[in-house]
Design a protein around this ligand. Sequence first.
Ligand code: KG4
Ligand code: ZN
Length: 351
Amino acid sequence: MGTEAHIILGIESSCDETAVALVTADRRILAQRIASQEEEHAPYGGVVPEIAARAHAERLAPMIDAVMADADMDLDRVDAIAATAGPGLIGGVMVGLVSAKALAMAASKPLIAVNHLEGHALSPRLADETLAFPYLLLLVSGGHCQILCVEGVGQYRRLATTIDDALGEAFDKTAKILGLGYPGGPAVERLAREGDAKAVPLPRPLKGSKEPHFSFAGLKSAVLRAHESGDHKAADIAASFQQAAVDCLIDRLEKAIGEAGPFPALVVAGGVAANQTVRGALEDLAQRHTMRFTAPPLALCTDNAAMIAWAGSERLTLEPDFTGDPLDFKARPRWPLDPEAEAVRGAGVKA
Ligand code: KG4
Ligand code: ZN
């Protein structure tokens, strides 16, 4: 085990995607499947934890079977079983983690309990073998908005987080206000293309602040007021919101680079990294600071199991003699990547 070519089975079930993947140490994704629960949650305008847990419980076992068949793989040839053990919606996390424990026990393979955020943080290295440590990471998802210095596998320094809403959450709430449905990020981005980003005056919370953190709750309230005023087209509100959010990201990253930098590379990960306006602005920022810019391909940005398998693989490469996390490893609703970072009110539990 822990050889160059080890094979990891990865399981992800922390939010509304059930996903399974087989990934090798040399960055080959042998097979992967993903089932979104969008349809189940859409009527509620957000993820309902109980519905999510039940859907994971129904889908996961047949999906593991299917992924193994897709790759013509049997459990004996797999070197370890990696599963998201948190942070996330606890019912779903338990479904994935318990399944991984059962497989690990039955096949006498090591269990690797993966922090979902670490999956996002290391995913750019799955896509790009030349990306070396350290790098500056903007992690922007439905539950998190953080700036991290990724110093190595298992070594993360949090430089900033949100004091209220995550950025993906702000996109989702904006979509809800504008009646665009769930999930909101892609819908807001689409509508924003038809709007004028300067049309609606919106705040840039904490821009220029001495604090390193993000805040998006005030922006969301301003979107609601702009919508209720009836003075603006939905497309203009979407475009102006997106621009305000991007301005906040860039301002906070400038601060982080000024204080903790320079860094050789800027990396973006998490669901909001799928947003082209966000990517474009980050690319410009990186260029201004002569940093290299990397973003994983879209399929690796949103929740997936390849990133979980890959995080397991990185761990095994680092510790070839690792015998596995204990079978009583607890599912964790909260699990900060940087244990030293002070707790900040409002930072979400989803990733
Ligand atoms: O990382 P992720 O797949 O799941 C978790 O949050 O765990 O991120 C999902 C978030 C959602 O809030 C979604 O609206 C947002 O990422 N998102 C986007 C885009 N695609 C997904 N936000 C803005 N623009 C997008 N194109
Ligand atoms: Zn995520």
